[in-house]
Design a binder for this molecule. Sequence first.
Ligand code: BGC
Length: 501
Amino acid sequence: MGKLVVGTTIVCTAAICGVAILLMKHHKKNSSKWEKAMDILKEFEEKCATPIGKLRQVADAMTVEMHAGLASQGGSKLKMLISYVDNLPTGDEQGLFYALDLGGTNFRVMRVQLGGKEKRIVKHEVKEVSHTTHTKNIMAGSSSDALFDFIVTALAKFVATEGDDFHLPPGRQRELGFTFSFPVKQMSIASGTLIKWTKGFSIEDAVGKDVVGELIKAVERVGLDVRVAALVNDTVGTLAGGRYNNPDVIAAVILGTGTNAAYVERAHGIPKWHGLLPKSGEMVINMEWGNFCSSHLPVTEYDQSLDVDSLNPGEQIYEKLISGMYLGEILRRVLYRMADEASLFGDYVPPKLKTPFILRTPDMAAMHHDNSADLKVVGDKLKDIFEVPNSTLKMRKIIVELCDIITFRGARLSAVGIMGILKKLGRDTLKDGEKQRSVVAVDGALFEHYIEFRNCLEGTIKELLGEAADSIVIEQANDGSGVGAALLAASHSQYLGLEES
Ligand code: BGC
């Protein structure tokens, strides 16, 4: 009997000890898991840091590269492309004009009835086609013909729905502005060759071809009667649309799927090699700032691997730190490492976490903007996107911190780009007695919908400019690029100077 009691006691004690050891191991594993996750987070935060001194170095580098890109073709990573837009809209534009707007996320067709100084935009209709599986297949490597046929088919359908509110004088051809949001070397206002694709497009046989020539061939294939009056980058279109509404607009920035800026350069800022003497003393330059690169940029191992795995390695480095196409993917990469090395989501890496670009930036913004006490939106997104059923509050908080780090870096670097332009134009300081207002028109879903990004960008501009910030206005330009292209079609119309009959 005594032996039985002793034996039972030993077994029980051993069991209790076993459980205790297991619990301790679990606790240790758990706490080392969090420690490891926090180490990864801290290291990432340090590498992404953008103290004001670094930002100033990046702004200086941007200004230097702008000079170099203007001075000689290929002289810089910044292409500084001549847009052939030397007369921005004045408000006098009249008539019916169409625009095509091919961007990274959407393709839009629109028509605008312009009524001159008095009536301004009389009527405006837009048809938006977001890139569905069909267009994504076209984007990801079909043929130039397939892309332009797709564009022109949508245009033809849209022209067919033109109502009586729009007025084309008899005997006249419809004219359009084509917003093409990729780097193009222009030969004139209505011609230019595609330098390369960005933002996940890769239709190889289009590179090096005249974009307008390809569009016209497709127009002829469907038997449509339209004239392409202007070919513009989306930044140039936004600048034109911005100037139409506000004469103080001097630059435009796109913060969307991709990023870029255009600004108004004074004629003496453009060297002779371009063989151009703009009539107005001004010329709009498409910077293609997405391709900017500098040793001062805070680039991490995650950015490097994203770049290596991308369709355009070594290119668009600034864009890959800033724009909507990449922010969610950077977050996914950091989370993947945390899942793999710190078992953030338990003993296995959720398989969906391995899929590149599965986490879109709008979903990241939704998590970042989650104000609920239990971060419910973060939990829901983890479940929906990565199939992580039960996330803890601790995990969710880490994700919000990562959103902060990534977005803060992107927004601060975008602000620096704007600062670089202002410096180049000598508008970054207050001149004695002079109060020159400079308005920068900004468009793109990242700026429009990612509130944390936008707030941080605006705050950083103030931080960089100090008291000069009072004379700089960052203005949201809604859908300016399409209207801008239509306005530029109007100012390059073949009927210019003829009365509307
Ligand atoms: C393109 C630019 C464009 C920008 C914003 C970049 O990827 O290279 O031409 O303006 O995206 O859409």
